[in-house]
Ligand binder design. Structure first.
Ligand SMILES: [Zn+2]
Length: 156
């Protein structure tokens, strides 16, 4: 596959299967983020030292000024519902027996947030600005995934 094709009429195709395995890495900042979720049940944000933009989830470089970010800090997994929706169909287009709630939750102490499920609340009771907190899986069941957070529930 090193040849360079300059004439598109010379492109050839072939049929068959190509076995490919891949590993997705979350990167340096992503590892900090997911380890905090798995090991401590916390969220981590970082700040750009040049322009002050904060990131949650953290990024290694600022996407506004390209400076290397720093100042990783733990945040409680609490925030407010910025927006939400009710899903009536699954990813394959099948109707869900019970509609699911999804929200963009702005995390307290950060300008960032997370899209995640809402639980322990009826769709008719959700509102923009509702205070919510993460419900984590038990530590033994966590895998270092965003799904280590089962859902966000209203703060009572
Ligand atoms: Zn910056």
């Amino acid at each position: 596959m090193l040849e360079r094709i300059t004439n598109p009429e010379e492109v050839r195709t072939w049929s068959g299967a190509v076995p490919i395995e891949h590993v997705y890495t979350v990167g340096v900042a992503g590892e900090v983020f997911f380890r905090a979720i798995k090991d401590r049940g916390r969220l981590v944000a970082c700040v750009c030292p040049d322009c002050g933009t904060d990131y949650l989830p953290p990024r290694l470089y600022c996407e506004r000024c390209f400076a290397k970010t720093a100042d990783y800090r733990d945040l409680e997994a609490r925030g407010t519902v910025h927006t939400f929706t009710v899903a009536h169909f699954d990813l394959d287009g099948r109707r869900l027996a019970t509609p699911e709630l999804y929200a963009f939750v702005r995390i307290n102490g950060s300008g960032g947030g997370i899209v995640h499920r809402l639980g322990e609340v009826a769709a008719s009771d959700v509102y923009i600005g509702m205070e919510v907190e993460a419900v984590f899986l038990p530590p033994a069941r966590r895998t270092g995934s965003i799904l280590d957070i089962a859902y966000f529930k209203p703060v009572v």
